[in-house]
Design a protein around this ligand. Structure first.
Ligand code: G1P
Length: 289
Protein backbone atom coordinates (compact mmCIF):
# COMPACT_ATOMS: atom_id res chain seq x y z
CA UNK A 1 0.00 0.00 0.00
CA UNK A 2 1.35 3.46 -0.89
CA UNK A 3 2.04 5.78 2.05
CA UNK A 4 -0.24 8.83 2.33
CA UNK A 5 2.41 11.58 2.27
CA UNK A 6 0.58 14.60 0.91
CA UNK A 7 -2.45 16.58 1.97
CA UNK A 8 -4.43 19.28 0.23
CA UNK A 9 -5.89 22.10 2.32
CA UNK A 10 -8.30 24.28 0.35
CA UNK A 11 -8.07 27.77 1.87
CA UNK A 12 -9.13 30.14 -0.89
CA UNK A 13 -12.61 30.99 0.46
CA UNK A 14 -13.51 34.58 1.29
CA UNK A 15 -14.75 33.93 4.82
CA UNK A 16 -17.94 35.94 4.42
CA UNK A 17 -19.50 34.30 7.49
CA UNK A 18 -16.81 36.02 9.56
CA UNK A 19 -16.99 39.55 8.21
CA UNK A 20 -15.93 42.10 9.28
CA UNK A 21 -13.10 40.09 10.97
CA UNK A 22 -12.07 38.56 7.65
CA UNK A 23 -12.03 41.77 5.61
CA UNK A 24 -8.23 41.98 5.78
CA UNK A 25 -7.29 38.68 7.49
CA UNK A 26 -7.76 35.16 6.08
CA UNK A 27 -10.32 33.28 8.16
CA UNK A 28 -7.80 30.45 8.54
CA UNK A 29 -5.62 32.88 10.54
CA UNK A 30 -8.29 33.59 13.17
CA UNK A 31 -6.93 32.14 16.41
CA UNK A 32 -8.13 29.21 18.43
CA UNK A 33 -6.81 30.42 21.79
CA UNK A 34 -3.35 31.58 20.61
CA UNK A 35 -2.81 29.60 17.39
CA UNK A 36 -4.25 30.33 13.96
CA UNK A 37 -6.85 27.65 13.28
CA UNK A 38 -4.91 26.46 10.23
CA UNK A 39 -1.97 25.61 12.48
CA UNK A 40 -4.19 23.10 14.32
CA UNK A 41 -4.96 21.58 10.91
CA UNK A 42 -1.29 21.38 9.91
CA UNK A 43 -0.43 19.90 13.32
CA UNK A 44 -3.08 17.22 12.77
CA UNK A 45 -1.61 16.52 9.33
CA UNK A 46 1.92 16.19 10.72
CA UNK A 47 0.71 13.98 13.57
CA UNK A 48 -0.99 11.77 10.96
CA UNK A 49 2.27 11.18 9.08
CA UNK A 50 1.71 13.76 6.32
CA UNK A 51 5.00 15.14 5.00
CA UNK A 52 3.81 17.84 2.60
CA UNK A 53 0.72 20.02 2.65
CA UNK A 54 -0.48 21.81 -0.43
CA UNK A 55 -2.45 24.86 0.59
CA UNK A 56 -4.82 26.11 -2.09
CA UNK A 57 -4.92 29.88 -1.64
CA UNK A 58 -6.28 32.89 -3.44
CA UNK A 59 -5.99 36.66 -3.26
CA UNK A 60 -5.42 38.03 0.27
CA UNK A 61 -4.10 34.82 1.76
CA UNK A 62 -0.37 35.57 2.01
CA UNK A 63 -0.44 35.64 5.82
CA UNK A 64 -1.06 31.87 5.82
CA UNK A 65 2.11 31.24 3.86
CA UNK A 66 4.08 33.70 6.02
CA UNK A 67 2.89 31.92 9.14
CA UNK A 68 4.57 28.66 8.16
CA UNK A 69 7.75 30.37 6.92
CA UNK A 70 10.80 31.11 9.09
CA UNK A 71 10.98 34.63 10.57
CA UNK A 72 14.71 35.22 11.32
CA UNK A 73 14.18 38.75 12.70
CA UNK A 74 11.56 37.60 15.20
CA UNK A 75 13.58 34.50 16.09
CA UNK A 76 16.70 36.62 16.80
CA UNK A 77 14.73 39.01 18.93
CA UNK A 78 13.18 36.18 20.99
CA UNK A 79 16.63 34.59 21.34
CA UNK A 80 18.17 37.83 22.58
CA UNK A 81 15.30 38.31 25.02
CA UNK A 82 15.86 34.77 26.36
CA UNK A 83 12.29 33.74 25.47
CA UNK A 84 13.32 30.20 24.62
CA UNK A 85 9.98 28.40 24.99
CA UNK A 86 8.31 30.88 22.66
CA UNK A 87 11.24 30.69 20.23
CA UNK A 88 11.00 26.89 20.08
CA UNK A 89 7.26 27.08 19.54
CA UNK A 90 7.66 29.54 16.65
CA UNK A 91 10.36 27.41 15.01
CA UNK A 92 8.44 24.16 15.51
CA UNK A 93 5.45 25.49 13.55
CA UNK A 94 7.70 26.07 10.53
CA UNK A 95 9.14 22.56 10.63
CA UNK A 96 5.97 20.47 10.92
CA UNK A 97 5.67 19.66 7.22
CA UNK A 98 6.81 20.97 3.86
CA UNK A 99 4.34 23.65 2.80
CA UNK A 100 3.59 24.20 -0.88
CA UNK A 101 0.98 26.58 -2.21
CA UNK A 102 -1.07 26.68 -5.36
CA UNK A 103 -3.53 29.39 -6.33
CA UNK A 104 -7.17 28.96 -7.18
CA UNK A 105 -7.77 31.90 -9.47
CA UNK A 106 -11.55 31.85 -9.39
CA UNK A 107 -13.99 30.68 -6.69
CA UNK A 108 -15.37 27.76 -8.69
CA UNK A 109 -15.95 25.45 -5.72
CA UNK A 110 -14.30 22.93 -3.43
CA UNK A 111 -13.91 20.32 -6.16
CA UNK A 112 -12.18 22.85 -8.39
CA UNK A 113 -9.89 23.90 -5.52
CA UNK A 114 -8.76 20.29 -5.04
CA UNK A 115 -8.19 19.97 -8.78
CA UNK A 116 -5.86 22.99 -8.64
CA UNK A 117 -3.47 20.83 -6.57
CA UNK A 118 -3.50 17.82 -8.93
CA UNK A 119 -0.09 18.49 -10.47
CA UNK A 120 1.57 18.71 -7.05
CA UNK A 121 -0.15 15.60 -5.69
CA UNK A 122 0.71 13.50 -8.74
CA UNK A 123 -0.19 9.83 -8.89
CA UNK A 124 -0.41 8.92 -5.21
CA UNK A 125 -3.12 8.71 -2.57
CA UNK A 126 -3.55 11.95 -0.65
CA UNK A 127 -5.50 13.44 2.22
CA UNK A 128 -7.82 16.45 2.15
CA UNK A 129 -8.34 18.65 5.20
CA UNK A 130 -11.11 21.25 5.11
CA UNK A 131 -9.75 23.89 7.48
CA UNK A 132 -13.18 24.93 8.85
CA UNK A 133 -13.49 21.48 10.42
CA UNK A 134 -11.44 21.19 13.61
CA UNK A 135 -11.43 17.79 15.26
CA UNK A 136 -10.31 17.16 18.82
CA UNK A 137 -9.53 13.47 19.25
CA UNK A 138 -7.06 11.19 20.92
CA UNK A 139 -5.84 9.70 17.63
CA UNK A 140 -5.85 12.43 14.96
CA UNK A 141 -8.93 12.17 12.74
CA UNK A 142 -6.84 11.96 9.54
CA UNK A 143 -4.70 9.21 11.08
CA UNK A 144 -7.89 7.21 11.77
CA UNK A 145 -8.80 7.47 8.07
CA UNK A 146 -5.27 6.63 6.94
CA UNK A 147 -5.39 3.48 9.11
CA UNK A 148 -8.51 2.38 7.22
CA UNK A 149 -6.92 3.24 3.87
CA UNK A 150 -3.79 1.24 4.74
CA UNK A 151 -5.89 -1.77 5.69
CA UNK A 152 -8.34 -1.68 2.77
CA UNK A 153 -6.68 0.28 -0.06
CA UNK A 154 -9.96 2.17 -0.54
CA UNK A 155 -10.63 5.91 -0.42
CA UNK A 156 -12.04 6.94 2.96
CA UNK A 157 -14.23 9.87 4.08
CA UNK A 158 -14.86 10.99 7.66
CA UNK A 159 -18.49 10.72 8.73
CA UNK A 160 -20.54 11.83 11.70
CA UNK A 161 -24.21 11.55 12.54
CA UNK A 162 -26.12 14.86 12.46
CA UNK A 163 -29.70 15.87 13.34
CA UNK A 164 -31.93 15.45 10.27
CA UNK A 165 -32.68 19.20 10.11
CA UNK A 166 -28.96 19.81 9.44
CA UNK A 167 -28.49 17.55 6.40
CA UNK A 168 -28.68 20.57 4.08
CA UNK A 169 -25.33 21.78 5.48
CA UNK A 170 -23.35 18.66 4.55
CA UNK A 171 -22.52 16.04 2.01
CA UNK A 172 -24.68 13.06 3.02
CA UNK A 173 -23.63 9.42 2.56
CA UNK A 174 -25.76 6.30 2.41
CA UNK A 175 -24.61 2.69 2.31
CA UNK A 176 -24.14 -0.47 4.32
CA UNK A 177 -22.12 -0.87 7.49
CA UNK A 178 -19.29 -3.38 7.17
CA UNK A 179 -19.71 -6.45 9.39
CA UNK A 180 -16.99 -6.66 12.08
CA UNK A 181 -16.00 -3.02 11.41
CA UNK A 182 -18.93 -1.16 12.91
CA UNK A 183 -17.52 2.33 12.18
CA UNK A 184 -17.10 1.60 8.45
CA UNK A 185 -19.80 2.28 5.91
CA UNK A 186 -19.48 0.90 2.40
CA UNK A 187 -20.83 3.95 0.59
CA UNK A 188 -23.48 3.45 -2.07
CA UNK A 189 -24.60 7.04 -2.64
CA UNK A 190 -23.47 10.58 -1.85
CA UNK A 191 -25.48 13.78 -2.19
CA UNK A 192 -24.28 17.33 -1.52
CA UNK A 193 -26.44 19.22 0.99
CA UNK A 194 -29.83 17.52 0.49
CA UNK A 195 -32.89 19.06 2.18
CA UNK A 196 -33.94 17.10 5.30
CA UNK A 197 -36.95 15.57 3.55
CA UNK A 198 -34.79 14.14 0.73
CA UNK A 199 -31.70 13.06 2.69
CA UNK A 200 -30.96 9.34 2.30
CA UNK A 201 -29.46 9.23 5.80
CA UNK A 202 -28.14 11.50 8.54
CA UNK A 203 -24.52 10.47 7.99
CA UNK A 204 -22.67 13.69 7.18
CA UNK A 205 -19.30 14.03 5.52
CA UNK A 206 -16.84 15.93 7.73
CA UNK A 207 -13.85 17.66 6.16
CA UNK A 208 -11.29 14.85 6.21
CA UNK A 209 -10.75 12.55 3.24
CA UNK A 210 -8.12 10.08 2.02
CA UNK A 211 -8.48 9.82 -1.73
CA UNK A 212 -7.19 7.75 -4.59
CA UNK A 213 -5.64 10.07 -7.23
CA UNK A 214 -8.20 8.84 -9.79
CA UNK A 215 -10.55 11.37 -8.10
CA UNK A 216 -8.87 14.03 -10.27
CA UNK A 217 -10.28 12.39 -13.42
CA UNK A 218 -13.75 12.48 -11.91
CA UNK A 219 -13.28 16.12 -10.85
CA UNK A 220 -12.27 17.08 -14.40
CA UNK A 221 -15.58 15.68 -15.65
CA UNK A 222 -17.74 17.17 -12.87
CA UNK A 223 -20.11 19.96 -13.86
CA UNK A 224 -21.07 22.75 -11.47
CA UNK A 225 -23.64 21.50 -8.94
CA UNK A 226 -25.07 22.97 -5.75
CA UNK A 227 -24.38 26.71 -5.52
CA UNK A 228 -23.24 26.55 -9.15
CA UNK A 229 -19.87 25.28 -7.87
CA UNK A 230 -17.82 22.20 -8.79
CA UNK A 231 -18.45 19.99 -5.78
CA UNK A 232 -16.06 17.34 -4.44
CA UNK A 233 -19.10 15.35 -3.26
CA UNK A 234 -20.45 15.19 -6.85
CA UNK A 235 -17.13 13.78 -8.13
CA UNK A 236 -17.10 11.21 -5.31
CA UNK A 237 -20.71 10.28 -6.12
CA UNK A 238 -19.52 9.37 -9.63
CA UNK A 239 -16.43 7.60 -8.33
CA UNK A 240 -18.47 5.34 -6.03
CA UNK A 241 -20.18 3.88 -9.10
CA UNK A 242 -16.81 2.42 -10.18
CA UNK A 243 -14.74 1.86 -7.05
CA UNK A 244 -15.44 1.25 -3.37
CA UNK A 245 -15.47 4.26 -1.04
CA UNK A 246 -15.56 3.88 2.71
CA UNK A 247 -17.19 6.26 5.17
CA UNK A 248 -15.63 6.15 8.63
CA UNK A 249 -17.45 7.27 11.77
CA UNK A 250 -14.37 8.80 13.36
CA UNK A 251 -13.77 9.03 17.11
CA UNK A 252 -13.55 12.59 18.38
CA UNK A 253 -15.39 15.88 18.58
CA UNK A 254 -15.74 18.13 15.54
CA UNK A 255 -16.10 21.91 15.63
CA UNK A 256 -17.23 24.03 12.69
CA UNK A 257 -14.75 26.89 13.00
CA UNK A 258 -16.27 28.49 9.88
CA UNK A 259 -19.35 29.38 11.91
CA UNK A 260 -19.24 32.02 14.66
CA UNK A 261 -20.88 29.78 17.31
CA UNK A 262 -18.74 26.77 16.34
CA UNK A 263 -15.64 28.97 16.46
CA UNK A 264 -16.45 30.16 19.99
CA UNK A 265 -17.02 26.56 21.13
CA UNK A 266 -13.72 25.51 19.56
CA UNK A 267 -11.99 28.25 21.53
CA UNK A 268 -13.57 27.03 24.76
CA UNK A 269 -12.67 23.43 23.94
CA UNK A 270 -9.01 24.24 23.36
CA UNK A 271 -8.89 26.73 26.27
CA UNK A 272 -9.92 23.87 28.56
CA UNK A 273 -6.57 22.23 27.84
CA UNK A 274 -4.79 25.08 29.70
CA UNK A 275 -5.85 25.01 33.38
CA UNK A 276 -5.01 28.69 33.98
CA UNK A 277 -7.27 29.77 31.08
CA UNK A 278 -10.00 27.34 32.02
CA UNK A 279 -10.14 28.67 35.57
CA UNK A 280 -10.75 32.17 34.14
CA UNK A 281 -13.56 30.86 31.92
CA UNK A 282 -15.16 29.00 34.83
CA UNK A 283 -14.95 32.06 37.06
CA UNK A 284 -16.57 34.17 34.34
CA UNK A 285 -19.39 31.64 33.81
CA UNK A 286 -19.98 31.51 37.57
CA UNK A 287 -20.29 35.29 37.72
CA UNK A 288 -22.49 35.67 34.61
CA UNK A 289 -23.91 32.25 33.75
C1 G1P B 1 -18.01 21.05 2.53
C2 G1P B 1 -18.42 19.86 1.66
C3 G1P B 1 -19.51 19.06 2.35
C4 G1P B 1 -19.03 18.64 3.73
C5 G1P B 1 -18.64 19.89 4.54
C6 G1P B 1 -18.02 19.47 5.87
O1 G1P B 1 -19.08 21.97 2.55
O2 G1P B 1 -18.85 20.32 0.40
O3 G1P B 1 -19.80 17.91 1.60
O4 G1P B 1 -20.06 17.94 4.40
O5 G1P B 1 -17.66 20.66 3.84
O6 G1P B 1 -17.69 20.57 6.65
P1 G1P B 1 -18.90 23.50 3.06
O7 G1P B 1 -19.14 23.46 4.54
O8 G1P B 1 -17.50 23.92 2.73
O9 G1P B 1 -19.92 24.29 2.34
Amino acid sequence: MKKVRKAVIPAAGMGTRFLPATKAIPKEMLPIVNKPSIQLIVEEAAASGIEEVIIVTGRGKTEIVDHFDAHPLLEDSLRRAGKDALLQEIIKATQLVKVTTVRQQRPLGLGHAILCAAHVVGDEPFAVFLPDDLVDSERPCAAQLIDVYQRTGKSVLALMNVPREETSQYGIAAGTFVPDHERELLIEALVEKPPAAEALSTLAVVGRYVLDPSVFDYLRRTNPGRGDEIQLTDALAQMVQKQALIGYLFEGERFDAGDVAGYLLANLNWARKTPRLWRSVQAWVKAHG
